[in-house]
Design a protein around this ligand. Structure first.
Ligand code: ZN
Length: 341
């Protein structure tokens, strides 16, 4: 690989992950173990990869959705979910020196398949896993509750209540899923309500390559109270949206590998990360779905160095923006960060 710094200098850099979906970040060896335990014939790594992993840009959406669902369907016990939460944190620390970590999940997505688990049991299992990781490693971890835009406003209103009622467990609210066919506007009141209760707001917006999609970034910032934008790489299609991001200081949670795998950009080199960075947008570096998308945060940094010529100095800017933008309370962040910075 071609970059301007030593790998050990990159590894020594304490890192921050803001955009990671817990249910799609399962450690691969654990996922394979769960799959075998539930009767899948995936002892051969090729069979496992075919059923669960996304290794090349997506062809048609259904086959990819099928892989998401295969993974989700395996998470059918609170013991396993607790283990997954712990291992996701552990992998972040060990592989990538992550010290501040925000994990997000959609209770409606997980519970759709697992009616025998209550929302409270699910949340408590995840919190147990996270707390064990915080007790084991010098890291601060927080959770974000995701609403699925494919579900009704009424159904999502219940999840907003859930997030507000678990204010100690959730830092923020997010909106995810199919952005092309489901506009964000119907959900504006839900986000305003969450914000008025002190939850942070981040919104998946401007992710897929679809002409005009950057309007969702504008809606998120101007109407939904977004403190951050999930992805938002398509801002690059409209200079006025780039300007809005810059003047409002709204950070983007960019996920290079995921954006390539979902077809949001053609290659690592053509991703607009560096152009947005140079335009004065607060760009942060994240993994999205590290388990099933076969990446980790360290690799995201390496790919940005190799394909976009980003250097350690630029990475420090990105990490500082991520620190400022993290919804984890300042005191808790400082407790793990002060010793390493
Ligand atoms: Zn995402």
């Amino acid at each position: 690989m071609d970059h301007s710094f030593s790998i050990s200098a990159l590894d020594a850099l304490p890192k921050i992950e803001l955009h990671c979906h817990l249910e799609l970040a399962v450690r691969q060896s654990t996922l394979q173990e769960f799959a075998i335990a539930r009767g899948y014939d995936v002892k051969a790594s090729q069979d496992f990869a075919e059923a669960f992993l996304i290794q090349a840009p997506m062809g048609e959406l259904p086959s990819v959705l099928h892989k998401f669902l295969n993974t989700r369907d395996l998470l059918d016990s609170t013991e396993w979910i607790e283990r997954v939460a712990f291992e996701v944190c552990e992998d972040m620390y060990i592989k990538s020196n992550v010290r501040i970590l925000e994990l997000r999940y959609a209770p409606s997505f997980l519970l759709d398949k697992h009616g025998h688990i209550s929302a409270d049991e699910l949340q408590e299992a995840i919190q147990r896993g996270v707390e064990k990781a915080e007790a084991t490693y010098p890291m601060a971890v927080g959770l974000i509750c995701i609403l699925q835009r494919t579900k009704s406003v009424e159904a999502n209103a219940n999840w907003v209540d859930f997030a507000i009622n678990h204010r100690n467990g959730f830092l923020a609210l997010d909106l995810a899923d199919n952005e092309v066919d489901f506009d964000p506007e119907p959900f504006i009141p839900l986000f305003q309500r969450a914000k008025s209760h002190g939850l942070g707001i981040t919104v998946h917006a401007g992710e897929p390559r679809f002409t005009g999609i950057s309007k969702n970034i504008r809606t998120a910032i101007q109407a939904m109270g977004a403190d951050r934008i999930g992805h938002g790489l398509q801002a690059i299609e409209d200079p006025a949206v780039v300007d809005l991001l810059r003047t409002s200081g709204t950070p983007l949670e960019l996920c290079l590998t995921s954006n390539w795998l979902t077809g949001a950009c053609d290659s690592f080199a053509e991703h607009p990360f560096r152009r947005l960075y140079e335009a004065g947008v607060k760009t942060t570096i994240n993994t999205d779905d590290p388990g099933i998308m076969c990446t980790d945060l360290r690799l995201e940094f390496l790919r940005l160095a190799e394909h976009q010529g980003m250097d350690l100095d630029a990475f420090e800017h990105c990490i500082n923006w991520a620190y400022e933008a993290s919804f984890i309370p300042e005191e808790k962040k400082r407790a793990v960060w002060g010793a390493v910075r």
